[in-house]
Design a protein around this ligand. Structure first.
Ligand code: PXG
Ligand code: PLP
Length: 442
């Protein structure tokens, strides 16, 4: 029997992730189906998806080509042992992905979630320096307001306090760059803000403080997603790259959100013309259909492991039971076909000026203190209610949901990331629904 609002009465058994469980269970909102740009709720209402699920369904929901690929693979081979054995689809996928990625990011390691990809990349960074004989490089540097998943590694380099404070001592030796978010200087920037390149120089300060010989890697989201769409200042990522090069620090771009067309290019690395040493990705890799993530690795990093490990030895003692899972590989291959056949990355790029104009038309709305955008992502920051942070955002979410549009809120920031197939009329529907909701929650 399908779960409906009426029969989903044992809500207590499930401990929901990143959810106010008690509030949800008093007023459950549930989806039963999805197709293209729309979800259908358990009571049969259509809801326009303004968030691509959770930043992942970039080609829209239940695309037949992807559905069929998963069905075919499930019937042909459910699982293949991941260690010391393989299956053709994961190799084909790695080849397709490395062809898509910019620069010499020519090698791919598979995991199952963004969190696992991040922890994998951090471990590769530590092992890389050690295998080169620089084992003192154990320090990892993240950034305030960064989100890198929920593993102990990702949480440690992450910079959102609520995700960290309850969990005690995390990885030792981690430090953080300052956020580039600044309402006074950058509010209502269109695309990349002009102010803030100097904030990359804070990395020089950390190098002076800790010494480069203790630093393994810097990890940043090229555009911060979870913290509410923070676009890098002009020149900032380039400066980070230059400082990392100077001190032989690896640069990791966490592209779990920005990968696969979200910023109007394959990856933000391509969009900004800055090639990191590793890219982590997930979400759009399989269009959200089957869990899968990946770490792209540059040639010289991969080669260090292959050249310096003893003959016949395992070069990296790391992996997941489900690395390169057949269903996920099949889903990812079909997803890449859809992206390519429909030119969705290019479509996102071409639509982005229209998106930018639409989103910035909300300027002047009640309590709107900032609007930020890049590609087909946007953040709208509302001033919090006195003493009740987050409640205004929550009310906007609820009003939009009741009016048939799914938006995402983190605190009082509304984040938007529609599937890249979004039509102009649907952009208008998202904006007008939001405009009303923002007015209503004034
Ligand atoms: N890095 C980045 C940059 C992410 O955005 C992760 C790592 C972790 O991925 P997994 O697959 O382990 O969740 C993410 C995930 C939000 C939100 O509200 C964003 C994410 C997850 C949940 C909520 O913006 N991003
Ligand atoms: N815990 C136990 C007891 C296991 O046997 C395994 C894998 O074999 C794991 C954790 C790790 O699981 P995964 O490889 O799916 O990350």
């Amino acid at each position: 029997m399908p779960v409906t609002a009426a029969n989903a009465n044992n809500l207590d058994a499930l401990w929901m992730p990143f959810t106010a469980n008690r509030a949800f269970k008093r007023n459950p909102r549930m989806f039963a189906a999805a197709s293209g740009m729309y979800y259908t709720t358990v009571d049969g209402r259509q809801v326009l998806d303004g968030t691509a699920g959770l930043w992942c369904v970039n080609a829209g929901h239940c695309r037949p080509k992807i559905v069929e690929a998963i069905q075919r693979q499930a019937a042909a081979m459910d699982y293949a042992t991941a260690f010391q054995l393989g299956h053709p689809a994961e190799f084909e996928l790695a080849g397709r992905l490395t062809a898509l990625a910019p620069g010499d990011l020519d090698h791919v390691f598979f995991a199952n979630s963004g969190s696992e990809a991040v922890d994998t990349a951090l471990k590769i960074a530590l092992a890389y320096h050690r295998i080169r004989g620089e084992g003192t490089r154990t320090r990892l540097i993240g950034r305030e307001r960064g989100y890198h998943g929920v593993g102990f590694g990702g949480m440690s380099v992450g910079g959102i306090v609520n995700n960290r404070k309850m969990f005690g001592t995390m990885l030792a030796g981690v430090d953080h760059l300052p956020t580039t978010h600044n309402l006074e200087k950058n509010a209502f920037s269109r695309g990349q803000p002009e102010w803030g390149v100097h904030l990359a120089d804070e990395l020089e300060r950390l190098v002076a403080l800790h010494d480069a010989s203790t630093i393994a890697a810097v990890i940043v989201e090229p555009v911060a997603g979870s913290a509410g769409v923070l676009v890098p200042p002009v020149g900032y990522l380039e400066r980070l790259r230059a400082i990392c090069d100077e001190h032989q620090i690896l640069l990791i771009f966490d592209e779990v959100i920005t990968g696969f067309g979200r910023v109007g290019a394959s990856f933000a690395a391509e969009r900004f013309g800055v090639i990191p040493d590793m890219i982590t990705c997930a979400k759009g890799l399989t269009n959200g259909s089957v869990p899968m993530s990946a770490v792209f690795v540059r040639d010289d990093v991969y080669d260090a492991f292959m050249d310096k490990s003893p003959k016949g030895a395992i070069e990296l003692f790391h992996g997941y039971t489900y690395s390169g899972h057949p269903l996920a590989s099949a889903a990812a291959l079909a997803t890449l076909d859809v992206y390519k056949e429909e030119g969705l990355f290019e479509r996102a790029h071409l639509l982005s000026p229209r998106w930018e104009d639409a989103i910035h038309s909300l300027k002047g709305g009640a309590n709107v203190v900032d609007i930020r955008n890049l590609g087909l992502m946007a953040g709208i920051e509302l001033a919090p209610r006195q003493g009740k942070p987050g409640t205004r955002g929550a009310d906007v979410f609820a009003k939009c949901f009741d009016d048939g549009v799914l938006v995402r809120t983190t605190g009082d920031v509304i984040a938007l990331s529609p599937p890249l197939i979004v039509e102009e009329a649907q952009i208008d529907q998202i904006i007008e629904t939001l405009r009303k909701a923002i007015q209503k929650t004034a």
